[in-house]
Design a protein around this ligand. Structure first.
Ligand code: NAD
Length: 256
């Protein structure tokens, strides 16, 4: 097992079909104990129960990543109950498809608060322990939208936040390298999860699925599991010499 004895915190891990839950289970299958955190407390607990079903220790914790105090307290609880955090997956995120000129200041702030500030708060909360132990793997979930100026579901605020996450990950990588802490991002293409497709009516959903699949050389949308495997790799010891990288998981949709 590649992560035996490791403790992972996964944010946004409460969604049934989401990348966070798939990641929590994938890390657990490789031996990690997991704190599954989400704004949706019952969803987080459901993920934790699935992890326990794999014979790993797990906590399901309600945590709003945009609230720094809550993040600090929740990470402290996870460390107290599971042990020092080795792996952080900054996965929690929201999007809005509002056209640029209709985005209000409040909506702009909401997307930045969850996607970008949340990533900053969670990273800041786990770093002191990682620095002390000279070990850490931080993986941030950015998006193809940050590279392409948005996407079907993500407008300017989402593209800005996701591009910001990629820049932030590089800065963490640069400043924390001396402590053997790596920080990378994964940039999924359109994935079949609740954040996007499920908000559409069935007919439009099918049309988006079809047109996007046609634009993707590998001919399909990403699955949550596709993204989870990329996160697993970056969380493993095999990726010890990779830091400051943004790994595309987009079926060839964008090759840069
Ligand atoms: P999802 O909606 O299933 O999962 C997002 C999770 O984040 C949900 O469980 C939600 O409750 C949680 N969340 C929302 N606000 C939160 C907050 N303030 N604090 C804590 N948790 C909060 O969608 P997903 O596709 O699994 O998204 C996971 C990540 O992947 C997101 O960062 C998203 O931007 C990114 N992403 C998704 C796609 C896609 O097409 N699905 C593409 C690129 C990137």
């Amino acid at each position: 097992m590649r992560l035996a004895g490791r403790v992972a915190v996964v944010t946004g891990a409460g969604s049934k079909r989401g990348i966070g839950r798939a990641t929590a289970l994938t890390l657990a299958r490789e031996g990690a104990d997991v704190a599954a955190c989400d704004l949706d407390g019952p969803g987080a607990e459901e993920t934790a129960a699935l992890v326990r079903g794999l014979d790993r220790r797990a906590l399901g914790l309600r945590m709003d990543v945009s609230d720094e105090e809550q993040v600090r307290a929740t990470i402290a609880r996870a460390q107290a109950e599971l042990g020092p955090v080795d792996i952080l997956v900054n996965n929690a995120g929201i999007t809005r498809s509002t056209p640029l000129l209709d985005i209000s200041a409040a909506e702009w702030d909401l997307v930045q608060d969850v996607d970008l500030r949340g990533t900053f708060f969670c990273t800041k909360a786990v770093l002191p322990g990682m620095i002390e132990r000279r070990y850490g793997r931080i993986i941030c979930v950015s998006s193809i939208a940050g590279k392409m100026g948005g996407g079907f579901f993500g407008s300017s605020h989402y593209a800005a936040a996701k591009a910001g996450i990629a820049g932030f990950a590089k800065s963490v990588a640069r400043q924390m390298a001396r402590y053997a802490i790596t920080c990378n991002a994964v940039a999924p293409g359109l994935a079949d999860t609740d954040i996007g497709l499920d908000t559409l009516d069935p007919e439009l959903r099918e049309r988006v699925r079809e047109t996007t699949s046609q634009a993707v050389p590998l001919g399909r949308l990403a699955s949550a599991q596709d993204v989870a495997y990329a996160i697993l790799f970056l969380a493993s010891d095999e990726a010890a010499y990779i830091t400051g990288h943004e790994l595309d998981v987009n079926g060839g949709h964008l090759m840069d």
